[in-house]
Design a protein around this ligand. Sequence first.
Ligand code: SF4
Length: 363
Amino acid sequence: MISSVYIHIPFCEKICAYCDFCKMFYNEKIVDKYLDELENEVNSLYRGELIKTIYIGGGTPSSLNIKQLERLFEITDKFKRNNFCEFTIECNFSNTTEEKLKLFKEKGINRLSFGLETTSNMQLDFLEREENLENTKETIRLAKKLGFDNINVDLMYALPGEEISDLNKDLEFINSLDIEHVSCYSLIIEEHTKLGINNIENIDSDLDYKMYQTICGFMKDNGFNHYEISNYSKEGYESRHNLVYWNNEEYYGFGLGASAYINNRRVSNTRSISHYLKGSYLLEEEILEKDDLVYYEIMLNLRKSSGIDLEKLYLLYKVRLEYNELVNKGLLVLDNNNLYIPEDKWYISNEIIIRLLEGIVYE
Ligand code: SF4
């Protein structure tokens, strides 16, 4: 039974130089048309299930004006949900006004996710991000005053020229915001982005690793639980929506470039706005065979500190894993029926998962 919904709002006021997401410049008329088509897509696919998590991501959902946000919430009101539904919206500090925050509160949003990325004005210029650092503290203060008590901030590290001391400044700043959740991603330079076209190179992998360790240590010392490779939360504030992905559970995905996982199919929507506005949503779908289902179950669950439930894996797919060698080498830990990658080995999790996938035994 599907109980989660992702909605993509691809509009941004400025395009960041590293951005590989499905996004386009904000244009008032196109946004209005987009919201009409989004409603059509929801009407055509949603089957009335009780929804436990909704995530409005982007792009920059907070770039929409008040009228457009009200229209967006008319669409999300179509989802049957109870008081426990986790309802997240992604925001940028530069365009999240008090009026918008009040509207979010009124419409049932109970989790805010802000893109901060860095506190260095020089790095913000390099990344070509539209941000106003002066707004950051004030926006968080306002959000808390309005009753938001589940706030995430995204941090990006491994920026060219960044040093450990710069990272520490970012971490101290984020900690001073007294928020519940932090997502930390290293900058990956993709070829077709502006940084890639300009031949900007990723930082040295040793420094990248040291930065990852610095973040792990800082977060632990400041009361955050490292519950997923890139995510840290205070006790009880794990992102329930993102856990749906990592638990390999099904979800709807609406909007330009959105992905969904429904009835053993992984579906991707078109990234072409002209196709989408004509009602042609689908780009491709992958029908999952047993091998694929097992692969996703292992690969996604091992991103979490709790790892994979081997009994569930066996009951679902009648497969066992040969993990003894990896456990003996300290690359995996077996705790009752759960197999997980220890935190100090998450940095090489891809290699560990590939080796584990080589040892699948089908009955
Ligand atoms: S705000 Fe986010 S989605 Fe928009 S261009 Fe920047 S990174 Fe991409």
